[in-house]
Structures are given as structure tokens and as C-alpha cells.
Design a protein. Structure first.
Lengths: 185, 250
């Protein structure tokens, strides 16, 4: 069973829909015990970092997430909260990735919104996805490049479009791409 | 490279897609879910669903429609029409909408923009503006274009950006439904005054109108309804044309 973490932030439904379209069962839950027992865990999210992190702490999910060992995928706000720090709401993150999340500077339109090109794909997450595929991005904050960067997108400058060991995507919803579930979620 | 977006818009009334001319005279344009599916297959970049009959009684119908759409399609979509509270926005996002668009309620209580942005993120707040050129200035209209206000469109977008709107959906009522091209001047004026993506809406009738929009303004996206619904121009045909004209298109 795949667990989708429910923390009152956003797009759990679209993640569940995508999994169902691919023929996988998933449950949406905020129960730390259920999450730790799942085969795979997805940490989705559309929302604001400060209030989301506060909610995670209230449910003790911050500690639960850090202790997970199974395959884990953070998407969008999920990725943001897995970094050391986010400028959004001056939020301390879970610190899983050694990078900070900053707001795009106002030298171009913010949010970065629309279909943009993914390059330098690394790791099994992207097997089956050609280099330079277009994916839909919608975000005002970005994770800087770091040694864990697994895909790069360029908007104003290059940023981490995905990070691994455990895999996280900054774009908004897994409905937006056509990766295989083994390699993604 | 970030691409320009082509967005079919589906105006929904009592569960059907409808389209009017200058906000009046509605024609039936089919089942929204079927249409949505067709647009996805044709390569639409995003969809917008506006519930123009939005009432309290219809709200649960809209939510179940959003759930169905989210299940059916794999591109982002925005839902709007009568959203007047954070809770309503949250319900629609949780049902699977990627963004919500707000219009009249935000004019009445601008802080609604900040509330939704603060809780669900700016990226999901689309401020829809219906605007009309009146006595030398572009003014905001509310209630589906029925009610004029004193609010200047350019003042309103500046305020909306400060409050946390993530995107502007700008419809020129003077151009909507008449297929004579987009309102280039007000669209560009809005693009210049805010640092947000702007979706231009109203007036698309020919492929050249889209080219003009993307060449003469900084609009991030073009939205149209009738020309797509009634298959006057197909999305693939339009996108091929724009590509040959060197507009960045997916």
C-alpha cells in the first residue's frame, strides 16, 4: 500500500487520482503509524510552508517522516519542507536535503508558472522520461542546486527540479507527468 | 524554456458548457467532462472551468464535477465562479482543482486574496477580472460583468499582487465573444504594472490573434472558449501555427 500524507495542504486528491489511473492503490492518511507501515510514502502538497510545517509538527509527522526508511517521494511543498530552510514564512524545514528554499527574485514573473523543460535527469525516477521533457511548474519558491539535485530546470537561473536520495519534485502535481510508478511514486 | 500556454475555458451552467456573446446570449456547447477530455488529447496546456450559475445549491454539484475532472484529466485546471471564502476554495482544491479563480468576492473583500494565498499558497490564487473601457479608462465589473464598479483595473491588479494573487485572468468585456482579437493595450498595461503571469481572455477568433497577443504583449497565456468548443480552430492546429511563428509552445 502507498500512503499519501494528509497534512491539510493541497493536492492529495490529484496524487491519489494519478496513482489510481496507473493502477495502484493508495490511502490518504495523517496517521504516523499507518505512514510508517506503508510500502511507499508520498509527501504531496500545495500550500504555504509555514502553516504546513506547523501542522506537521502538531501531528508529530515531522519526526515520523524523518524516521521513514521506505521509498519516499516529496512533491512541491513536500520537497520544500524536506530542505533545511524555506524563506516562505521563515520556516525551518526537515533538513533532509542540504539546500535552502528561496523566493524567485522579481526580475521575472513570479510564480514560475507553466510548462518548462527538465534537463540533467539522474536516477531511476526519470527512467522512461526523455531528457528535455516539458513539465508543468507552478511555484514561487525554488530549491537551490545541491549535490542531491536529480533534475534541473531553468527559470531566471537553474534550480533543483528534483532531488534524491529520496526523490522530491517541486512541480505541483504528479498528474502533470507520465512517469512510471516504480520510478516515481 | 518556459512556454506560452493555450487555455480553453469552459463556462459551466447547470452542468453543461455554455458560451455567450459579450457575456449574454448563452449557447449550449456540450458536456464539460467530454470537452475537457478532448482538449487534453488535443494538447491544451491547462483548462479553466467557470461555474457561471454559481449558487449555494449548485456548489455540491460543482465539487463533484471537479472530482470527476481531476480523475479524468492530467493537466492542471482552475475552477472559479462564486467562490467567496477560504473554505470554499479549500474544498475545491481538495477535490482536485489546481487553482481557484476569484472575482466579485475579492472586489468586495480584497482580503480574501490574502486569506487563500496565506493558507493554500499564492500559486493557486487566480484573480479573474472582467474589465470594460469606460470614459477613457479600464474599469472593473463584477457579478459576471453585470455590475460596474469605480475600481480602476490597473489599481486593482497592483493591490491584488500585494495581497498575494498568483496570476491574473484578464477578460476584456468589450472583446469577449466578438472574435476580433485580444485587448492588447490593457493586457500589456497589466503585464507591465505587475510581476505576475497574465492570462489574456476575450476576443480570440483567428490564429493570428494569438500570435499578435504573444508578440505584442508579455501575456503568459491565452484563454479562449467558443473557437475551441465549436471547433472553429483546433488546439493542435493553433499550436502548430504558433510554433512556426516562433512562439515558444509546448
Amino acid at each position: 500500500m502507498i500512503a499519501i500524507i494528509d497534512y491539510n495542504a493541497g493536492n492529495t486528491r490529484s496524487v491519489k487520482n494519478a496513482l489510481e489511473r496507473l493502477g495502484y492503490e493508495a490511502m490518504v492518511t495523517s496517521d504516523a503509524d499507518m505512514i510508517s507501515k506503508a510500502d511507499k510514502v508520498i509527501f504531496p502538497g500545495v500550500g504555504e510552508a509555514g502553516s504546513a510545517m506547523k501542522y506537521l509538527r502538531e501531528l508529530n509527522l515531522d519526526l515520523a517522516i524523518k524516521s521513514l526508511t521506505q521509498p519516499f517521494l516529496g512533491i512541491c511543498l513536500g520537497l520544500q519542507l524536506m530542505c533545511l530552510y524555506s524563506e516562505e514564512g521563515d520556516t525551518t524545514g526537515l533538513g533532509i536535503y542540504d539546500t535552502e528554499v528561496r523566493k524567485f527574485p522579481p526580475t521575472s514573473l513570479v510564480p514560475h508558472m507553466g510548462w518548462n523543460t527538465l534537463t540533467d535527469l539522474k536516477g531511476p525516477l526519470f527512467s522512461g522520461l526523455p531528457e528535455s521533457s516539458d513539465l508543468y511548474f507552478v511555484h514561487s519558491y525554488y530549491a537551490g542546486l545541491c549535490c542531491e539535485t536529480a533534475a534541473t530546470c531553468e527559470y531566471i537561473f537553474p534550480f533543483s527540479a528534483a532531488c534524491r536520495e529520496i526523490i522530491s519534485l517541486p512541480f505541483n502535481s504528479i498528474r502533470k507527468n507520465r512517469l512510471t510508478p516504480e520510478s516515481t511514486y | 524554456m518556459l512556454k506560452k500556454r493555450i487555455i480553453p475555458c469552459l463556462d459551466i451552467k447547470n452542468g453543461r458548457t455554455v458560451k455567450g456573446v459579450n457575456f449574454l446570449g448563452l449557447r449550449d456547447a456540450g458536456d464539460p467532462i467530454e470537452l475537457a477530455r478532448r482538449y487534453v488529447q488535443e494538447g491544451a496546456d491547462e483548462l479553466v472551468f467557470l461555474d457561471i450559475s454559481a449558487t449555494i445549491e449548485n456548489r455540491s454539484t460543482l465539487v463533484s464535477m471537479v472530482e470527476k475532472i481531476a480523475h479524468e484529466i492530467n493537466i492542471p485546471f482552475t475552477v472559479g465562479g462564486g467562490i467567496s471564502s477560504l473554505e470554499e476554495a479549500r474544498v475545491l482544491i481538495r477535490a482536485g482543482a489546481d487553482k481557484v479563480s476569484i472575482n466579485s468576492a475579492a472586489v468586495k473583500s480584497p482580503n480574501l486574496i490574502a486569506e487563500i494565498a496565506g493558507s493554500l499558497g499564492n500559486q493557486c490564487v487566480v484573480l479573474a477580472i472582467d474589465t470594460k473601457f469606460v470614459e477613457n479608462d479600464w474599469l472593473v465589473y463584477v457579478h459576471g460583468g453585470k455590475t460596474p464598479t469605480d475600481l480602476r483595473t490597473l489599481d486593482w491588479v497592483i493591490q491584488a499582487e500585494k495581497l498575494g494573487a498568483g496570476e491574473i485572468l484578464l477578460t476584456s468585456m468589450d472583446h469577449d465573444g466578438v472574435q476580433n482579437g485580444f485587448a492588447l493595450e490593457i493586457t500589456q498595461a497589466v503585464c507591465e504594472i505587475v510581476n505576475l503571469p497574465v492570462i489574456a481572455s476575450g476576443g480570440a477568433g483567428r490564429k493570428e490573434h494569438f500570435k499578435n497577443l504573444f508578440e505584442k504583449t508579455a501575456a503568459s497565456a491565452a484563454l479562449a472558449a467558443s473557437i475551441f468548443h465549436f471547433e472553429e480552430i483546433g488546439v493542435p492546429e493553433l499550436k502548430n501555427y504558433l510554433r512556426t511563428e516562433n512562439i515558444p509552445i509546448r
